[in-house]
Write a protein that binds this ligand. Structure first.
Ligand code: UT7
Length: 328
């Protein structure tokens, strides 16, 4: 039984913040941000918008385009690093209630920016086992709620948004769908990208915990080098294990963290930049949402035709990394 991506949906908050705005309150510039990252704008969730609110909008669009009533969803997966609440309840449960998806099992996938890639393989597994006919998978983040707006090393990099896919069992095809996934972990780098406080390792201690320890922290340079290395490793693994040539791939859809990471991977692997679909200039890094936001944009621009081979590739907190091979 094939697991086919039947539709995409997306949502970004209406507030669009340009790089210039940062120079009003931190020592930075549009020139620095754009030249070091490729980012020009990011969309910022409103005070009343949590991750589930963004996810809900993207999911509704995907369900409508699939013409699938929410009662038919068997599994809801929300890939996120910025769940509505720390630990529990899962953001997927909040989305389940608001969609009135009565028979759905619901859980979050916590794999940092690689979450959507892990989610595609999880969805494929539920469908291949016969457990699910329809899986709703959404990458959703409200990162600007957990970034330190006084830290120029991180706050300029992130944005908010969501992208969703309806993935359905299809017995009428033997070559479309999620074909293969490469998923790896480098847990030795777990602390290179973290939110320190509020979990069981560093629980919140009144009057003692530094409030800044609730914010995202990152060793940007180390994550950068890791990213370039594992992007190339993941692409090579996927091509080799599927007897696929680069020319057979219509687009590589990478996690959008920094255009320089993709440019460095492109130079080293000799894969031309125009093979990579990039939209970081508009949305910045929306973690688990970058790949589905990009896929939704491609879907809306009619860049994806039935039969096209797409390769996703990503990396993130964990450290996790990998990619998927999908025939549209
Ligand atoms: O989704 C996974 C998440 N991970 C990532 O997105 C991170 C990957 N890493 C990166 O994208 C890059 O390492 C950064 C964009 C974070 C940093 O770029 P870089 O070219 O590696 O800069 P750097 O860390 O080498 O810093 C260069 C200088 C530093 O100043 P000093 O110490 O050399 O005087 C920083 O303080 O740039 C300074 N700097 C800034 N200056 C102006 C850092 N952030 C800013 C800023 N504006 N916003």
């Amino acid at each position: 039984m094939r697991a086919v991506i039947r539709s995409m949906g997306g949502y970004v908050p209406s507030r669009r913040m340009a790089n210039e705005e940062f120079s009003k309150f931190i020592d930075t510039s549009d020139e620095w941000i754009y030249s070091h990252t490729g980012i020009r704008f990011r969309h910022i969730a409103g005070e009343d918008q949590a991750t589930s609110d963004l996810a809900l909008e993207a999911c509704k669009v995907a369900l409508e385009r699939a013409n699938l009533p929410s009662e038919d969803i068997d599994v809801i997966l929300i890939a996120t690093a910025t769940s509505d609440f720390i630990g529990f309840p899962a953001t997927a449960c909040i989305v389940q209630d608001r969609l009135r998806a009565q028979k759905a099992a619901s859980m979050d996938i916590v794999a940092g920016c690689t979450g959507f890639i892990y989610g595609l393989e999880t969805a494929r597994g539920y469908i291949a086992s016969g457990f699910a006919k329809h899986v709703l998978l959404c990458g959703a983040e409200a990162l600007t709620k957990v970034t330190d707006w006084e830290d120029r090393n991180t706050c300029v990099l992130f944005g908010d948004g969501a992208g969703a896919a309806v993935i359905s069992a299809d017995s009428n095809t033997d070559d479309r769908g999620i074909l293969y996934s490469y998923m790896r972990t480098e847990g030795s780098g777990a602390r290179l990208l973290e939110r320190t406080a509020g979990g069981s390792r560093y629980p919140m201690v009144p009057h003692k915990t530094d409030p800044k320890d609730f914010f995202l922290k990152m060793d940007g340079r180390k994550v950068y080098s890791f990213a370039v290395r594992v992007i190339i490793e993941s692409i090579n693994n996927i091509l080799e294990n599927n007897n696929v040539e680069l020319d057979d791939i219509k687009y590589i859809v990478p996690h959008q963290a920094n255009i320089r990471i993709i440019e460095a991977a492109s130079r080293r692997s000799k894969i031309p930049m125009d093979k990579f679909y990039m939209n970081i200039a508009e949305y910045a890094n929306t973690s688990a949402a970058t790949i589905p936001i990009a896929l939704n944009e491609m879907y809306e621009k009619n860049l994806l035709e039935e039969g096209d081979l797409i390769l996703t590739v990503g990396f993130g907190a964990g450290l996790t990394y990998g990619g998927n091979l999908v025939r549209w």
